[in-house]
Design a protein. Structure first.
Length: 307
């Protein structure tokens, strides 16, 4: 039996609970992993709220929270290639196993070995934020010297996009709230505080001719405010708001396979995808870790150290 933190039904924070569960049994194409570190993401509370379908693997309640983790392979299911018992790995819990737990199951095709020199803490941040950053910038395909607006630059994904974009020699302008300024500017972002006034006017002052690309991490009214700042609406890429085609833009095309994880890990080793980790919580403090992300009060990446 191992401890896990999850939810017994869909709803708000009040449905969350700690519980004990047997180690899950890896099915075909899965590996059982002892979790060392789990990443915390906005997707976690959206899944708990019942707002996202298709990522629970059909598992019964109570379900475990969390979508990304780093740890050690304890067992393999059938038809698993490229991973062995004892390997240090990181990956996505795409079959509903959750990661805020002492053990979990990960899809082998969406799990990769942690390369030597990369810590489990950093590796645990890469499945969501790291690969998303790679995907959106590959999709934009902007040349060196181009300008990109990262709308919502202060969170884990936003800072990862900004860091990687700067590594590609793009000029990065980012919008976020006042509390996110320090971390954004520290990596070279020209910061626009959306609490301080007219975002559009501030952006046009910095880039009068419009942006070569826009990466939106906020959605809703904020996306609709900044989308007209793009020179070409097709170069507006949204990560969370699937209505972006209504504005002429595109939704991010996600690649959650081993190849993309390995690529993200190499970029992290090279310092081009270094996550800004601002809080490390023990599993016993998982409620506070997710509450910080859910309330939008965190800058950078929050992780849960399980082992």
């Amino acid at each position: 039996m191992g401890q896990a933190w999850g939810f017994g039904r869909y709803g708000g924070p009040e449905v969350q609970e700690f519980f004990d569960r047997p180690d899950p049994v890896p099915g075909r194409g899965e590996v059982l992993v002892r979790v060392d570190v789990a990443g915390v993401n906005p997707l976690d509370h959206l899944l708990r709220s019942g707002l996202v379908d298709g990522l629970d693997g059909g598992r019964p309640f109570p379900r475990v929270l969390g979508m990304e983790a780093a740890g050690t392979v304890l067992a393999r299911g059938e038809d698993v290639e490229g991973l062995e018992v004892g390997d240090a790995v990181f990956g996505f819990a795409l079959t509903g196993g959750g990661t805020y737990a002492e053990t979990t199951v990960l899809s082998a095709l969406s799990t990769a070995r942690i390369p030597e020199g990369l810590s489990a803490t950093v590796a645990a941040t890469l499945p969501v934020a790291g690969t998303t950053a790679v995907d959106v910038l590959d999709q934009l395909g902007l040349p060196a010297g181009a300008t990109v607006l990262v709308n919502g630059v202060g969170g884990g994904v936003g800072l990862a996009v900004a860091r990687l974009a700067i590594g590609r020699e793009l000029r990065v302008i980012g919008t976020a709230s006042t509390t996110k300024r320090e971390h954004a500017e520290a990596i070279g972002v020209r910061f626009i505080d959306y609490m301080a006034g007219d975002v559009v006017s501030a952006a046009r002052e910095l880039v009068p001719d419009g942006f070569d690309g826009i990466v939106d991490l906020v959605g809703g009214a904020s996306l609709r405010t900044v989308a007209p700042l793009a020179q070409d609406p097709r170069n507006v890429i949204a990560v969370g708001d699937m209505s972006v085609p209504d504005l002429g833009g595109r939704f991010v095309e996600r690649r959650v396979d081993r190849e993309n994880l390995e690529r993200s890990a190499r970029l992290a080793l090279d310092g081009l995808l270094a996550p800004v980790i601002t809080a490390v919580h023990p599993l016993s403090d998982a409620p506070a870790a997710l509450a910080t992300v859910e309330n939008g009060h965190t800058s950078g990446k929050v992780v849960i150290k399980v082992a």
